[in-house]
Design a protein around this ligand. Sequence first.
Ligand code: ZN
Length: 112
Amino acid sequence: MNIHREGNIYKVESASKKGRFYTVDVAQRTCDCPAFRFRYQKRGLLCKHLEAAIDYDEEFGHERYQKVIDLVRKEGPINTVTILEMFDEDTVNELIQKGELIEERGKLRILD
Ligand SMILES: [Zn+2]
């Protein structure tokens, strides 16, 4: 299944219509495919696009987070600008929101 991340949302390709991509928001648990909007959402079920995006997010989200954390742990407090040049802003912001990293005076460090 073709899937890619655009900021905080995912584009997941339809299995039956090649080239047709649905917009999936993992945090909000929504998809704009007809099956989800007209059937699954009311029953609290996930469509296959949402399932695929959640799996992808868990697999690659952890990988991206771990790279940032490993670097900060190795280097100690590191300039936020340096990190943002190496990784995407969403990843760094998500880590701060999750309480894994803390930013102080323009530097990031591990929150122990
Ligand atoms: Zn869907």
